[in-house]
Design a protein around this ligand. Structure first.
Ligand code: COA
Length: 259
């Protein structure tokens, strides 16, 4: 089913599992304001509907998502809590049912940081991931400055966040960011769906309680960290260093299209 207002966010529901697919493959599934709103609506719907036991996030084409649409960063940057990206992060952080990521291809920026809020994460073999916030003159978001070092250790988190270099699914598995790797996009989705179907058969109240307990120790710190990161992120977006890198990306696209 296509989300009512946002054709790039497609949901399908079967046997207790809601699949939420990001579908803007020609732009590597870069997330626009409307797409964040669509994702938020899908998560709220999945939370509300008792028939949904598990949600699975995935992409389309060769990408999971290349992160925030960079043209949007320039034209309609987030400003405060009611900005679509921050609404999405709130919905993600508060989502009470199991959330599984089937990362079928490239994941950049929020494409990686949203994984820190998923319960199980499967990635296509060889897929490229990147946290290029510093490269763009920005700073980490989605609680990643807290969650990433806790998950993989400070030196490794510093490497990914400060250098902003590409890394691959295999390194993400080796460093403990993800649960498993699928040989290709289809196998990755099958792996994620098999786990989703198993989870959908588990007693739902016990699943909910367990997720709440798993998240409890960090819940307040994550909320506080997201608030602080968001404040810095919004400030950095209008800084000369960020404006220059963001404009360079948009200009590169225009010149390669001969515009
Ligand atoms: N925002 C807006 N447009 C994006 C985008 C983004 N985040 N990511 C990709 N696109 C667009 C490209 O501009 C290009 O558009 P065009 O065909 O109209 O020129 C199209 O998607 C294909 O991308 P391209 O760069 O040609 O593909 P690639 O396979 O060479 O590289 C990426 C893929 C994801 C590595 C590269 O597109 C990239 O680095 N994107 C930016 C990621 C980013 O910095 N996100 C923000 C994080 S905070």
């Amino acid at each position: 089913m296509t989300n009512e207002n946002v054709r790039e966010i497609v949901t399908e529901q079967q046997d207790g599992v809601m699949q939420i697919r990001i579908q803007r493959p020609e732009k590597k599934n870069a997330l626009t304001l409307a797409m964040y709103a669509g994702l938020t609506a899908a998560l709220i719907e999945a939370e509300r509907d008792p028939a949904v036991r598990v949600a699975v996030l995935t992409g389309s084409g060769d990408s999971f998502t290349s992160g925030n649409d960079i043209a949007d960063f320039l034209a309609a940057p987030p400003t405060g809590d009611d900005s679509p990206v921050f609404q999405f992060l709130a919905a993600l952080r508060q989502f009470g049912k199991p959330l599984i990521a089937a990362v079928n291809g490239v994941a950049v920026g929020i494409g990686v940081t949203m994984l820190l809020h998923c319960d199980l994460i499967y990635v296509r073999a060889g897929a490229i991931l990147q946290l290029p916030f510093v490269n763009l003159g920005l700073c980490p978001e989605a609680g990643s400055s807290l969650l990433l070092p806790r998950l993989i250790g400070y030196p490794r988190a510093a490497e990914w966040l400060l250098l902003g270099e590409l890394f691959r699914a295999e390194q993400a598995l080796d460093w403990g960011l993800i649960n498993g790797i699928g040989t290709d996009a289809e196998a990755t989705r099958e792996l994620a769906m098999a786990k989703a179907q198993r989870l959908a058969q588990q007693p739902p109240a016990a699943v909910h309680l367990t997720k709440t307990l798993l998240k409890r120790a960090e819940a307040q710190a994550v909320e506080d960290t997201i608030a602080l990161e968001s404040q810095y992120f919004v400030e950095q977006l209008s800084s000369p260093e960020a404006q220059a890198t963001l404009r360079a990306f948009v200009e590169r696209g225009r010149s390669s299209r001969g515009k």
